[in-house]
Design a protein around this ligand. Structure first.
Ligand code: NAD
Length: 498
């Protein structure tokens, strides 16, 4: 199948123009004339345009998903057959990986080095890992019942799944849901964020090319109102959501009211605990990725740095030196470490938090809310470090989602653990120490879904997700299938007495 976007070459740049929506595996005319303009955060030029899905498009996509699911055309295929189609999807994805990586860079403004090293390979690895783990799931098992008769325990697809993803890692968050949902036999309606609809349309093309039957996959770029309409739709059995905690609460409330299944991957305010024995130069270098990856627009970013009072000034100095050396600029320049924020709204939000930090009495060590002078256009902000921060300040409690870090002093390790756990969030965390075993022991005391020693790393073969307001449920690992499974027990009748 040929790509459906018209790539118009204008003044040396490419404009990705879609006129149709992918509904039930087919490209169709949208129900309205509304469009979404995709703007480069770097130079504010238009890079693409897609139709904005409306409620009638949601109705059509859910109807197609419902019909395909209930017919069994995909949901009742032997799992091995679904696996071989998803393996084809994996291979097709790999063949277009460079294009997907570049498109995401245009949409989000993430530095190309980060995209090539992380956001490009991660969805591929996720697809491959789910394909491997699918072989280890006991889709149907027989176990002895208490009566002495065998019971059949089946893992069946949950049904029609609404997949709603954010803009900051659109492919990774999408594939983490799409792969287990499709392997399990679900039909899906995907709603990408309006900032990043172009890369999802490539996935739409690939699902058709891989041979996923009609009806099973739809992709509807739209904003939050249409997203909420999709969540509320009676034809949807389950919502798989990644995004802000505020939106997650709203979605959970609707799902609760309707007794709809939902899994939520939400925000974070993770702590990096620096112990007295840490190598500060190595720690500051490690925080460059752990705290500032994707220009700080990462849910797992280690944004609260907890430093021992005995080494407080040294720690602030080392982190400040790392932050002020960051190269801010054109995402496609391989030297760039920090790109622009995704949107004007995000730039205003981050600068608003920087001003708030100053008002709250934190000490601005480097950065600030004034414009990045080397960039004439674009939604750039300065990598900013605050010291002398108290954990009760809003800049220490709320997710900023930009390159803004705070350093909080602590007395002893027990206090460090207490401060790390004193957060509404519980997504990720890290400890920086020369004693790895001791670091692991600290990890056992932290209430977060993932934790790392001397780095932050999310391993795709292990469960990922949040405690507390960071979410409900887990993605990745073999556990990542659970969100798409309904258990069914079948008890054969005992033989009738003679
Ligand atoms: P957002 O909540 O504003 O939007 C996320 C998606 O949900 C978008 O597609 C949006 O259109 C849609 N949406 C918003 N409100 C909705 C509603 N009421 N009903 C249905 N759909 C709705 O978040 P964002 O600004 O796009 O993304 C940043 C957030 O995502 C941050 O909080 C970040 O921490 C979080 N995030 C979490 C993870 C994780 O795995 N835990 C990963 C990436 C991002």
């Amino acid at each position: 199948m040929q790509p459906r976007a018209r790539r118009l070459a204008t003044e040396g740049r490419t404009l990705h123009v879609h006129k149709e929506l992918f509904v039930g595996g087919r490209w169709v005319s949208p129900s309205t004339n509304d469009t979404i303009e995709v703007i480069s955060p770097h130079n504010l030029e238009t890079i693409g345009r897609v139709p904005a899905a409306g409620e009638a498009d949601v109705d059509a996509a859910v109807a197609a998903a419902r019909t395909s699911f209930d017919s069994g055309v995909w949901s009742r295929l032997p799992v091995d057959e679904r696996i071989s189609v998803i393996r084809r999807l994996h291979d097709l994805y790999v063949a277009r990986l460079d294009e997907i990586v570049e498109l995401q860079c245009h949409e989000i403004g993430s530095p190309i080095t980060f995209s090539r090293a992380v956001t490009g390979p991660a969805p591929v690895l996720t697809l491959a890992t789910f394909l491997d783990n699918a072989k280890r799931v006991p889709w149907e098992e027989i176990r002895p019942g208490v009566t002495g008769l065998d019971i059949i325990v089946r893992r069946e697809a949950v049904g029609v799944v609404a997949i709603i993803v954010p803009w900051n890692a659109p492919q990774f968050t999408l594939i983490a849901k799409l792969a287990p949902a499709l392997i399990t036999g679900c039909s899906v309606v995907i709603k990408p964020s309006p900032e990043t609809p172009l890369d999802s349309n490539i996935v739409a093309e690939l699902t058709a090319e891989a041979g996923i039957p009609e009806g099973v996959v739809s992709v509807l770029p739209a904003g939050r109102d249409v997203g909420q309409y999709l969540v509320s739709h009676p034809g949807v059995d389950k919502v798989a959501f990644t995004g802000s905690t505020a939106a997650g609460r709203r979605i959970a409330a609707i799902c609760g009211e309707q007794l709809k299944r939902c899994s939520l991957e939400l925000g974070g305010k993770s702590a990096a605990i620096i112990l007295e024995d840490a190598d500060l130069a190595a720690t500051a270098a490690g925080l460059e990725y752990a705290s500032l990856a994707n220009s700080g627009q990462a849910c797992i970013a280690q944004t609260r740095i907890l430093a021992p009072r005995s080494r407080y000034d040294e720690t602030v100095e080392a982190v400040a030196a790392m932050m002020s050396a960051q190269v801010v600029g054109d995402p496609f320049d391989p030297n760039t470490q920090i790109g622009p924020m995704v949107s004007a709204r995000q730039q205003q939000r981050v600068n608003g938090y920087i001003r708030l930090g100053e008002k709250e009495g934190a000490r601005l060590v480097t950065g600030g809310a004034h414009p990045v002078t080397s960039q004439e256009r674009g939604w750039y902000v300065r990598p900013t470090l605050f010291a002398d921060v108290d954990n009760s300040m809003r800049i220490a409690r709320e997710e900023i989602f930009g390159p803004v870090l705070v350093v909080i002093p602590y007395g002893d390790e027990a206090e460090a653990v207490r401060i790390a756990n004193d957060s509404d969030y519980g997504l990720a965390g890290s400890v920086w120490t020369s004693d790895t075993d001791h670091g692991i022991d600290i990890g056992r005391q932290i209430r977060t879904g993932t934790f790392s020693v001397n780095q932050y790393w999310l391993d795709i073969n292990a469960p990922f997700g949040g405690f507390k307001a960071s979410g409900i449920g887990r993605e990745m690992g073999i556990e990542g299938f659970n969100a798409y499974i309904e258990y069914k027990s079948i008890a054969p009748a005992p033989p009738l007495p003679a």
